[in-house]
Design a protein around this ligand. Structure first.
Ligand code: HEM
Length: 409
């Protein structure tokens, strides 16, 4: 058995970790790449920090998303891992294992192919330009509030067919959820908010049942899998997943990515001089400070030895994607932000069967947003010291609460 060295405590819920998790990540990659720890609710978990182990864990079939299958439990109880997810939104692909996972993913997959997403480009550009028009004349502003948040939420609302005027409600609900994610104690506390979210989505399902349109919700309602309609709970869970995944992540690709560019002016200059670098620049932003810090939860379905550690059936597994993406093994000079990086097989979108469905959409939104912003405001600057910036609490999402920018037209 590999011995664990505990010389540096890892309090992943601390402010210090939130501000900058990378020194802790380096420590654990070097000393305890598969690390046993106790969660705030007393449950034990394994955190995985190195690239090779992270890839293996993401592909490991014995690390499952739906623990009820091996617990032989129909309904979760407080003690079981399934209590982490409220029943309101358990029935989506990111909580499912094959064959259920395949069926649920298949139902929405066609809307997210690179070709379908490329068709959205003109609309994404139009939304981006409207947002940039709205900020014209302002000297300083919070780029998250004014730009990085509204862009992806507008796109996903339009795809789903839910009204845009409700986007601030989504923000409140989904912020609460992602900040509590991977923290069993907090998940229990936000149940009332989740109930409101579920009621809201149900209302829209009912509305679309009576007034079908050419949008994703209407398509889901019509969808049939092997002759069977999806259950309302499955439709609700899928919509819920798409709203959360559709904007909680891309907002931070734009925010973290712009911060990295502004902190590395020589890289920003390169991009301004050669816009064709945008593709590799986006990949580097995803690797350097990716929006999904730790994967979502997986559970060991049996006792096993994983990279020298004895993992017990039912234990929680969390993969530190942002740590794996700074592993010097596959990435040369991982602490350098290099928008021309060639080998960049980062794990920002995960790996294996749960690889991000929205990756083509996120990449396109990131490219359009950053190029348009830099074209309109080539001299934009940070309006405060980065050390004063606050990062969102929680370990699922890595993103800034605010990004103060001076536009300098
Ligand atoms: C930069 C933006 C994004 C990042 C970094 C990101 C990252 C991820 C990651 C890491 C996973 C896998 C999680 C795990 O295995 O535990 C995932 C899954 C997923 N993402 Fe994204 N995502 C982004 C944007 C989006 C967008 C825009 C959408 C859709 C509108 C989306 C929809 C999904 C869905 C549906 C899954 C579940 C796939 C499955 O279980 O088969 N994501 N994403």
């Amino acid at each position: 058995m590999v011995e664990q060295k505990e010389s540096m405590p890892l309090d992943v819920w601390s402010d210090a970790f939130n501000q900058n998790p990378y020194p802790s990540f380096q420590h654990f990659r070097e000393h305890s790449p598969v690390h046993h720890m106790t969660m705030p609710d007393g449950q034990t978990a394994w955190m995985i920090f190195r690239y090779e182990e992270a890839v293996a864990a993401l592909k490991e079939e014995r690390f499952v998303k739906d623990p009820t299958t091996f617990l032989n439990e129909k309904e979760p109880t407080e003690q079981q891992p399934h209590a982490l997810q409220t029943q309101l939104f358990t029935h989506h692909m990111l909580n499912s294992d094959p064959p259920e996972h395949r069926r649920l993913r298949h139902l929405v997959q066609s809307a997210f192919t690179p070709r379908m997403i490329a068709n959205l480009r003109p609309r994404i550009e139009a939304i981006t330009n409207d947002l940039l028009d709205n900020i014209e004349g302002q000297k300083t502003l919070d780029l998250i509030d004014a730009f990085a948040f509204p862009l992806p939420i507008t796109v996903i609302c339009e795809m789903l067919g839910v009204p845009l005027e409700d986007r601030d409600k989504f923000r409140e609900w989904s912020n609460a959820l992602v900040e509590a994610a991977n923290n069993p104690k907090q998940i229990q506390q936000i149940q009332p908010l989740m109930l409101s979210f579920a009621q809201y989505i149900d209302q829209w399902i009912t509305h679309r049942q009576h007034n079908p349109q050419d949008d994703l919700i209407s398509r889901l309602i019509r969808a049939e899998e092997r002759g069977e309609q999806l259950t309302k709970q499955e439709i609700r869970s899928l919509i819920f997943l798409l709203i959360i995944a559709g904007h909680e992540t891309t907002v931070n690709l734009i925010g973290n990515g712009l911060l990295a560019l502004l902190e590395h002016p020589e890289q920003l200059d390169k991009l301004k001089k050669d816009q064709t670098l945008i593709h590799s620049a986006i990949e580097e932003m995803l690797r350097y400070d990716g929006p999904v810090e730790f994967s979502t939860a997986r559970w060991a379905s049996e006792d096993m030895i994983f990279y020298g550690q004895a993992i017990s059936k039912g234990e929680l597994i969390l993969i530190a994607l942002d740590s794996a993406n700074h592993d010097p093994e596959p990435f040369q000079k991982p602490e350098a932000f290099d928008i021309t990086r060639q080998y960049n097989r980062h794990l920002a979108f995960g790996k294996g069967i749960h690889f991000c469905l929205g990756a083509p959409l996120a990449r396109l939104e990131g490219e359009v947003a950053l190029l348009a912003l830099l074209a309109r405001y080539p001299h934009l600057q940070l309006a405060a010291e980065p050390s004063t910036f606050e990062w969102r609490p929680g370990i699922l999402i890595r993103g800034l609460k605010h990004l103060p920018i001076r536009l300098n037209e």
